[in-house]
Design a protein around this ligand. Structure first.
Ligand SMILES: NS(=O)(=O)NCC1=CS(=O)(=O)c2ccccc21
Ligand SMILES: [Zn+2]
Length: 263
């Protein structure tokens, strides 16, 4: 486990690559999970998800040694989501991806036990109720993460501007300025989603996330997935470890129902 994790997490079995505890004692709403389509329950009261991002709030790309994060200025309500299962609007903080060494796996969530080669997470926090992101991370309604599956197919033109910048953040703890990007271009056209109460899949693994998983994947091509795989977990000068398979193992559903916005 990373030294940055609370002491309580230091005595649990860790997943070799992910260095995160496999299970959290007393955890009842851990993520990721398998979404069994036929067990999800249509909820007619779920609203459409409203997304309004200001491309000018984009700040930089950072390789933090887990993934590469595209971080946003979250000091105002300029990039937000609202509606869907949410009772408040939530501010965009960052987005990042999880992916595999090969195309057979890489996503964190699965649908009917099927892995996608990668999964995009857009992390938002409830700035209506909580004064800081760090406090929201500790609260049950503190975060909302949109998950979008990536499948192998046509080249994604919107993603390419991000892919072209990745060589500049090859090593852990490198940052590059990235000052205009609209993450809306990474959203699938179909509005349908599943939603459930879960957790962060990276430290601190807190049970603070309303997950909103889009039903329709976006398509990216092989070269774009390979660009993710040339990133490194390791810092410049260390023995190189390719940044691949940065996904947490599936967690038990326990007493949860996955709701769908569609029939
Ligand atoms: N996959 S996930 O979306 O559950 N977690 C992403 C993540 C990566 S992080 O370590 O930058 C971080 C700090 C605080 C909150 C979330 C994160
Ligand atoms: Zn994630």
């Amino acid at each position: 486990p990373k030294s940055s994790e609370p002491d309580s997490l230091h005595h649990l079995p860790v997943h070799p690559l992910w260095q995160s505890p496999l299970t959290i004692p007393g955890g009842t709403r851990q993520s990721p999970i398998n979404i069994q389509w036929r067990d999800s329950v249509y909820d007619p009261f779920l609203k459409p998800l409203k997304i309004s991002y200001d491309p000018a709030t984009c700040l930089h790309i950072w390789n933090n040694g887990y993934s590469f994060l595209v971080e946003f200025d979250d000091s105002t309500d300029r990039s937000i989501i609202d509606g869907g299962p949410l009772e408040n609007q939530y501010r965009l903080k960052q987005f990042h991806f999880h992916w595999g060494a090969i195309n057979d796996w890489g996503s964190e969530h699965t649908v009917d036990c099927k892995f996608y080669p990668a999964e995009l997470h857009l992390v938002h926090w409830n700035a209506v109720v909580y004064p800081t992101f760090e406090e929201a991370v500790m609260e049950g309604d503190g975060l909302a993460v949109i998950g979008v599956f990536l499948k192998l197919g046509a080249r994604h033109e919107g993603l390419q501007t991000l892919v072209d910048a990745l060589p500049a953040v090859k090593h852990k703890d490198t940052v590059i300025e990235f000052d205009v990007f609209d993450p809306s271009c990474l959203m699938p056209s179909c509005p349908d989603y599943w939603t459930y109460a879960g957790s962060l899949t990276t430290p601190p693994l807190t049970e603070s996330v309303t997950w909103i998983i889009k039903k329709q994947p976006i398509e990216v091509d092989e070269d774009q997935l390979e660009a993710f795989r040339m990133l490194l977990f390791t810092s410049d000068g260390e023995e190189e470890k390719r940044m691949v398979d940065n996904f947490r193992p599936l967690q038990p559903l326990m007493n949860r129902t996955v709701r769908s916005s569609f029939q």
